[in-house]
Design a protein around this ligand. Structure first.
Ligand code: M6R
Length: 605
């Protein structure tokens, strides 16, 4: 992960670097730093903790200079302290890095044998020292080119040189990097989001590319050092970006934005007058698809798991769902008629991007479902389906999850319809019901008051379990993930029917157990599993749209959801689980938008 920014300008850059770093904190927030050039010296400031801390340091001791690079870190090599924070500088060069240098130990040994001394525990410092050596007899571009040849692994780099007061060099392999253009000022950034407040004109580097920026000019080179041209793209204008409004934090804003985000996505894809889903340009004719393969990480993977049930219900296809970090290393047999779907909010997740690359290398068609349309995953896919959820800033994914599910729901229905696996009438009834979803989500958000009471129970508990069957099983996994990530409490999601095969042993007096049981074909079975938990002392929070009175006995809390057609239940059951994780974390005074040890965009494997 980690975020990089670089600015070459005709005016002081540190304030703008700090502002961009604040936007990049979603990529990592355990330490921050910057380096500027002034009076022919590299001026390095860094600290552990947030960009706010760096700002305080700069307030007391400003970093002058019209050229600089900055970094927010998500530690991989070495603990998150000041020494390991980036930039890593020698007397003549300063480097910020995103990614992992896999052969850093070997390189370090070689450099130490030459008598060079390392200050930090990072893999990045080998780049600084390699460059320092190369710069003894080479130009900056040649030194970078030679250094890159020695590196294995993934990187995006920003580099400044003491003796070149108007030059930043950027390079990428595996980790994304963009260049932004303005008048008397050019920029380097991990993504367009970092640069959006300064420019709407950007270019993306491809793997192997190097860029050389001055305040008036940008040049690009490929991995052979051959000069190349890059397309300049115009970014869309996201006016509502990154404002919390009246909300306490981004996560609560994003939870409450779900009805409108879902409405926007429905409006994008559904022709309401004809009750038709508009998806065009399928990379494989739906008739010829023989299998659907869904790939994602974390919450995005959970949306894939829910979608497996939908594809199985609406199509005659075989469906597989896999976590990207497993998919990319499996011994897969690729098939040209299978549709490979990649789901990612950020579109930058390293494992998902690598899984996509693997598919491309094997010549199969790929489709990505993303929130960030300018992302690497979107740019590398044959077919892109944006979820139109608007920027998601909170590290815990909420509105992107429901957006991903919506896209997958519509896609499964559309493929089922085009293949003739479902009848037209059935298809259109589903669309009519789908149009009611935004209002029903709005009603589900009213469960918040009761959830606030429920949340108190979790403060005293050692852990919790989330149970469900069918669509509700992946929702149980998602509920558990949200609680772990936000409140640092142990939580396990399980298929309710599997409890008796082991996990029932965990149930003891007072353990909170969240049972997700909409009124679907699994209802009675899940309720029986719930009774087995009650009999062993589990404290139940039941989430359901059933009014069955029998089930209210011995239940500590019941959250009533509005009735909804069965296949849409995952959208509604998700809401109280997001609210639960949010309120437990709030009571525990956890950092809601930036949970410990995590980052919004996971760009390392
Ligand atoms: O950007 P992506 O959707 O590819 O991210 C995948 C996961 O890292 C992400 O969903 C993660 O699990 C969330 N923090 C969960 O809330």
């Amino acid at each position: 992960m980690c975020g990089i920014v670089g600015i070459a300008s005709n005016k002081s850059v540190s304030a703008n670097i700090v502002n961009s770093l604040k936007k990049l904190e979603y990529r990592g927030y355990d330490s921050a730093g910057l380096a500027t050039l002034s009076n022919n010296l590299i001026n390095e400031k860094k600290c552990s903790g947030r960009v706010e801390q760096l700002e305080k340091i700069l307030f007391k001791a400003p970093a002058e200079g019209n050229l600089g690079i900055g970094h927010v870190r998500w530690a991989t090599h070495g603990i998150p302290n000041e020494i390991n924070a980036h930039p890593h500088s020698s007397e003549i060069v300063s480097v910020v890095h995103n990614g992992i240098i896999e052969n850093s130990n070997n390189l370090k040994n070689q450099l130490e044998k030459k008598g060079l001394k390392f200050k930090s525990q990072t893999d990045t410092e080998v780049i600084t020292l390699l460059l320092t050596e190369e710069l003894k007899n080479k130009s900056p571009l040649d030194a970078v080119h030679e250094t890159l040849k020695k590196l294995e692994g993934s990187f995006a780099l920003g580099i400044i040189f003491k003796n070149f007061k108007d030059m930043i060099i950027g390079a990428r392999r595996g980790s994304p990097l963009a260049v932004g253009y303005s008048t008397n000022e050019n920029y380097l950034g991990s993504d367009s989001y970092a640069l959006k407040s300064m420019t709407n004109k950007i270019s993306y580097l491809d793997d192997g590319d190097i860029c050389v920026l001055t305040k008036d000019n940008v040049e690009f080179y490929d991995f052979r050092k051959k000069k190349i041209n890059k397309k300049v793209l115009l970014l869309s204008d996201d006016k509502n970006i990154a404002h919390k409004g009246d909300y306490k934090n981004f996560m609560s804003k994003e939870i409450f934005e779900q009805p409108i985000a879902i409405k926007n996505c429905i409006n994008e894809y559904i022709d309401k007058s004809r009750d038709e889903i508009n998806f065009y340009n399928f990379p494989i004719k739906p008739d010829s698809i023989d299998k659907i393969i869904l790939v994602g990480c974390g919450t995005a993977y959970h949306s894939c798991l829910v979608a497996k049930y939908w594809f199985e219900e609406f199509t005659s296809l075989t469906v597989e769902a896999d976590v990207a970090s497993e998919f990319r290393y499996r011994n897969l047999k690729f098939n040209k008629n299978s549709l490979y779907l990649f789901v990612s909010q950020s579109g930058e997740t390293a494992d998902t991007a690598a899984a996509l690359d693997l598919c491309k290398k094997n010549g199969v068609k790929t489709c990505s479902i993303v929130n960030v349309v300018e992302s690497s995953i979107a740019r590398n896919s044959d077919w892109v389906l944006p979820i139109h959820a608007g920027p998601e800033i909170g590290v815990a994914s909420t509105k992107a999850f429901t957006g991903q599910m919506l896209l997958l729901y519509m896609l499964s229905l559309k493929i089922g319809n085009l293949r003739g696996d479902i009848e037209r009438k059935y298809y259109q009834t589903k669309i009519i019901n789908l149009k009611k979803l935004p209002d029903l989500l709005q009603n589900s958000l009213k469960t918040e008051d009761k959830i606030q009471l429920v949340a108190k129970d979790f403060l005293k508990s050692k852990g919790s379990m989330f149970l469900g069957r069918g669509f509700s099983f992946p929702i149980a996994l998602e509920g558990a993930l949200k609680l772990k990530e936000l409140s640092y409490l142990h939580a396990e999601g399980y298929p309710a029917g599997e409890m008796k095969h082991g996990p029932l042993a965990l149930i003891e007096d007072g353990l909170p157990v969240i049972v997700i049981s909409p009124n679907d074909k699994y209802f009675q079975k899940t309720i029986s599993n719930m009774q087995e938990v009650i009999a062993r002392g589990g404290k139940i929070l039941l989430i359901t749209d059933s009014n069955d009175s029998v089930i209210s006995e011995n239940i500590r809390f019941k959250i009533n959801l509005p009735h909804i057609e069965k296949s849409l239940s995952p959208f509604l059951t998700t809401i109280p689980l997001q609210l639960l994780a949010y309120h437990v974390a709030l009571l525990k005074k956890c950092d809601i938008d930036k949970p410990r040890n995590l980052a919004k965009s996971v760009t390392v494997e």
